[in-house]
Design a protein around this ligand. Structure first.
Ligand code: AMP
Length: 273
């Protein structure tokens, strides 16, 4: 991959990159379309990165369908599909990791120790292999996106990060490969994430600026669903990801909710009105 990328760069090609863990859906494909418009060679990767899964997480169960993914990539005009094996991605005893120390300590980082270390390290490795000029990441994983932006800033990676908006199912559930785990009932119940975000946004539009009040209204909606268990629910500063009390400068509502054994995340930015 790296040899090919180097040759392409010598030819002056602009490389666009969309890293994924596969089991592709419209959210992933939307990122490919965004990248496609800004590059003349599009690389997508599929790699279920062991380093970002905790010991009791779903690494083994993570859904995979390589043939379908390959066909979708072809349809989206992906020029190179990079799908390394874990054994070739990592040296036998790797001892260098990338640890982001601020944004990673909250939200998903607090709930999943070591997760963002795995994410940063694999994304840095993928950048070194694919040598992209631009890379597109989804707002669905808002914290991940901000951490990658920080890594690129602090370590001077020569790549421009582009944010892709969240793509949702018709009923509002944010698309995710993990939605496949949901039972019919859980899939229905999972709409409480979106309902909670919509309610908070509406209260905000109507003038509510107290984070506590917005969070209370959201919690009420989620707690009314028996199968839902809140992992975290926070209103944070979009830049620092630290909790805020008065929402007057724009903010990010971020939540993670367990539906049975499936952990779903969603988020929404509050723009000033
Ligand atoms: P994943 O395969 O879950 O690692 O995701 C790969 C990329 O797709 C990440 O940048 C995600 O943020 C992005 N992504 C996943 N789901 C969505 C979605 N529903 N809308 C937009 N981007 C998404």
């Amino acid at each position: 991959m790296q040899r090919r990328a180097l040759a392409l760069k010598r030819e002056g090609r602009v490389i666009g990159f969309v890293p994924t863990m596969g089991f592709l859906h419209e959210g992933h494909l939307s990122l490919m379309r965004i990248a496609r418009e800004r590059c003349d060679l599009l690389v997508a990767s599929i790699f279920v990165n062991p380093a970002q899964f905790g010991p009791n997480e779903d690494l083994e169960a993570y859904p995979r369908d390589f043939e379908r993914d390959q066909a979708l990539c072809e349809k989206e005009g992906v020029d190179i599909l990079f799908f390394p094996e874990a054994g070739t991605m990592y040296a036998e005893n790797p001892s260098v990791w990338i640890d982001e120390e601020s944004l990673s300590t909250v939200l998903c980082g607090a709930a999943r120790p070591g997760h963002f270390r795995g994410v940063c390290t694999v994304v840095a490795k993928l950048f070194n292999l694919v040598l992209p000029d631009i890379a597109v990441f989804g707002e669905k994983d808002a914290q991940q996106l901000r951490i990658i932006e920080r890594m690129v800033r602090d370590l001077d990676f020569p790549v421009k990060i582009i944010r892709g908006p969240i793509v949702r199912e018709a009923d509002g559930l944010a698309m995710s490969s993990r939605n496949k785990y949901l039972s019919v009932q859980e899939r229905q119940d999972a709409l409480c994430l979106r309902r909670a975000l919509e309610t908070a946004s509406e209260l905000y539009r109507n003038g509510e600026r107290q984070a506590d009040a917005l969070l209370g209204a959201m919690l009420e909606i989620i707690e009314a669903v028996p199968s839902a268990e809140v992992d975290y629910l926070e209103i944070v500063d979009d830049g620092t990801l630290q909790p805020i009390v008065n929402v007057d400068n724009g903010a990010l509502i971020a939540l993670a909710v367990r539906m049975g054994s499936t952990r779903l995340i969603d988020n929404e930015g509050l723009e000033n009105v």
